[in-house]
Design a protein around this ligand. Structure first.
Ligand code: ADP
Ligand code: MG
Length: 603
């Protein structure tokens, strides 16, 4: 039998490669704009017709190409960006695989005009389906222009699968956003069907975001920053109250390149999960800088999936940095994002040296820990005061060298501690004066936050705070109900919910200290009803969920509070990790500044 293996002709090989690199018009835009970046352009114009199906025209003022390079550029594996395998571990350019132009030229009519800055004449090349149709010297501007016409004209099946223009154009906008958000030192213009969509002058990061997403975004974001030998983090994250109903404005960049990173994504979402309700998506624009040596960009043709060394450590730093920024924002309404003088990159202007968040729940502090079955007993307060003052002093000391914001928090809370002037408003708010004005605290949300963190803490410390019932509570439940309850039994027990299920008989023997007997059944019902949400295999997520539900049920309602209760809520609130938001994402307190009163009472 004769040999049957043959090498594929280049045009066919390129078409096959194109399947990986070019999925849609947006992929062409991405590749060509990245090439312009690599060519050192400071202005890139992207002119699109019919969502890129008929025309993609990209003009840059970068270095341009010589006649030979212009021709070479269309060869597969032709690149000026790496020369040897070791270069792969130190990539500083957007491209390096040398396959984009070869792929694009295999599936469209391509016209290239390019000129080096010091030569008089430029080069024009026309290629269709990998065949050079024309190459000649021409007069043209410095830099490079690509015209890509009739994408997939020779692969009808691919063309047919393109989505409607609005969808395809949305993909193009996404690609431009991913590039323009980080490359703030480059001017971009995007035109679609003769209409200008973006005009992005050179600017700093926050202005660039404003120019892309509209002026409202500046009110929705806070800057983040941290710098350590492993990683530098800059960018912006959304304030919890501006979270969106849909995911979308969520961007990670590494060394100037947009990336998808499900693990870091989850890390950020988990950081917010304590302060956002379900179905709310925070925006974020997080830029990571790491040693190019420590990442592998080469694992995917479009280079958006990137592998990191030390992923776990990096995720921890990212989570802590996000948490820190949210915490800071709670206490410094003065971070003025609108201020256009912030340094490029949007770093936090003062005290940039951020460490891991150091405000933690005081594990020994349980403002409502009763010694009897009653929900709250003011008499206990006196007895408990001494050890708490001691804790307080310790805490004070550990904070002494902290940042101004943290000292500010400390000052506020210590004022509450010392002066203890509190009053209740409308059975709903706790009002307490400080040197600078009034703090108004939503009592229910504050208590929800305090209990939530206590419960989570109970999980960590395996510390049940159960109160034994004199008469067990009994209920007949459905089979499903019993099954679901069995699933959560372990978690509920840690929190002090102790029960037996025998067939369809539920018998509750003990309750968490904060849950009243009368609430026992409805609390368990609500956990079972929302079982779907809880049904995750991630243990910590389950714990968070149960803690959230239980603490919500157990938190004080709108009722009259004793002075001591109010003092304890106020103090305990400011010892939690997120005093600003309740676990359902609502704001807990607000401040009325003295200056505000003075202003109002001027005349
Ligand atoms: P890669 O970007 O991976 O090197 P491409 O196929 O995208 O591969 O481009 C091939 C080569 O063509 C690049 O390495 C570069 O030398 C040259 N090139 C492409 N676009 C431009 C441009 N806009 N300006 C200057 N040179 C370019
Ligand atoms: Mg390229």
């Amino acid at each position: 039998m004769s040999d049957i293996i043959q090498l594929l002709p280049d045009a066919v090989a390129n078409q096959i490669a194109a399947g990986e690199v070019v999925q849609r018009p947006a992929s062409v835009v991405k590749e060509l704009v990245e090439n312009a970046l690599d060519a050192g352009a400071t202005k890139i114009t992207i002119n699109i017709k019919n969502a890129g199906k008929t025309l993609i025209h990209i003009i840059d003022n970068g270095c341009g190409m010589s006649e030979t390079d212009a021709r070479m550029a269309f060869e597969r594996h032709a690149t000026s960006k790496i020369r040897q395998a070791t270069d792969l571990f130190n990539i500083k350019t957007m491209g390096f695989r040398g396959e984009a132009l070869a792929s694009i030229a295999a599936i469209a009519h391509v016209e290239l005009k390019s000129k080096l800055h010091h030569t008089e004449m430029g080069t024009q090349i026309i290629i269709s389906a990998s065949q050079v149709e024309l190459q000649e010297s021409i007069l043209c501007d410095n830099g490079t222009q690509f015209l890509i016409k009739d994408l997939f004209y020779n692969i009808p099946a691919r063309r047919k699968f393109l989505k409607k223009d609005t969808t395809e154009f949305k993909h193009i906008m996404d690609e431009i956003q991913r590039i323009a958000i980080v490359h703030t030192d480059i001017c971009f213009e995007l035109i679609h069907n003769n209409q200008q969509i973006y005009s992005l002058p050179i600017s700093n990061s926050q202005l660039r975001l404003k120019n892309i997403f509209g002026k409202n975004i500046s009110k929705e974001l806070v800057p983040i920053f941290s710098d350590s030998p492993l990683i530098k983090i800059t960018g912006f994250i959304g304030k919890p109250e501006s979270a969106k109903k849909r995911s979308g404005q969520q961007f990670f960049f590494v060394n100037g390149r947009f990336m998808r990173h499900p693990y870091f994504f989850r890390t950020v979402m988990n950081t917010y999960s304590d302060i956002l309700g379900a179905d709310a998506y925070p925006s974020f624009f997080i830029k990571l800088e790491v040693d190019p040596d420590s990442i592998d960009i080469n694992i995917h043709p479009t280079k958006t999936e990137i592998k990191f060394e030390n992923e776990f450590a990096l995720a921890q730093i990212i989570g802590a940095t996000v948490k820190e920024a949210i915490g800071k924002y709670n206490f410094t309404s003065s971070i003025d994002f609108q201020n256009e003088d912030l340094p490029m990159g949007g770093a936090v202007p003062v005290n940039a040296d951020i460490q891991m968040p150091s405000i933690r729940v005081n594990p020994d502090y349980n403002p409502f820990a009763p010694t009897s079955n009653s929900n709250y007993n003011p008499q206990n307060f006196e007895k408990k005061q001494n050890p708490q003052t001691e804790n307080w002093a310790n805490l004070m000391q550990s904070f002494e060298n902290q940042e101004p914001e943290q000292q500010e928090i400390l000052k506020r809370t210590s004022e509450i501690d010392k002066d203890a002037k509190v009053m209740q408003l409308s059975l709903k708010y706790i009002v307490t004066p400080t040197e600078r004005g009034l703090i108004v605290i939503h009592q229910r949300r504050a208590h929800h936050r305090i209990l939530y963190e206590q419960y989570l803490n109970n999980f960590q410390e395996h510390k049940a705070t159960a109160q034994q019932l004199v008469f067990p509570i009994e209920k007949t439940v459905s089979e499903d109900y019993a099954l679901m309850l069995a699933e959560v039994k372990a978690e509920l027990e840690i929190l002090g919910f102790i029960f037996n299920i025998d067939g369809q008989n539920l018998m509750i023997n003990a309750l968490p200290v904060d849950v009243k007997e009368s609430q026992a059944i409805e609390t368990i019902d609500s956990i079972v009803q929302n079982f779907e949400q809880f049904n995750t295999s991630i243990e910590f997520e389950r714990q968070k969920y149960v803690s959230k539900m239980l603490s919500y049920r157990a938190s004080v309602g709108y009722r009259s509070l004793e002075i001591q209760e109010m003092q304890q809520i106020a103090r305990a609130l400011f010892l939690t990790t997120e005093p600003g938001y309740c676990p359902r994402g609502k704001r807990i307190f607000t401040m009325l500044a003295l200056s505000e009163f003075e202003n109002r009472l001027k005349i």
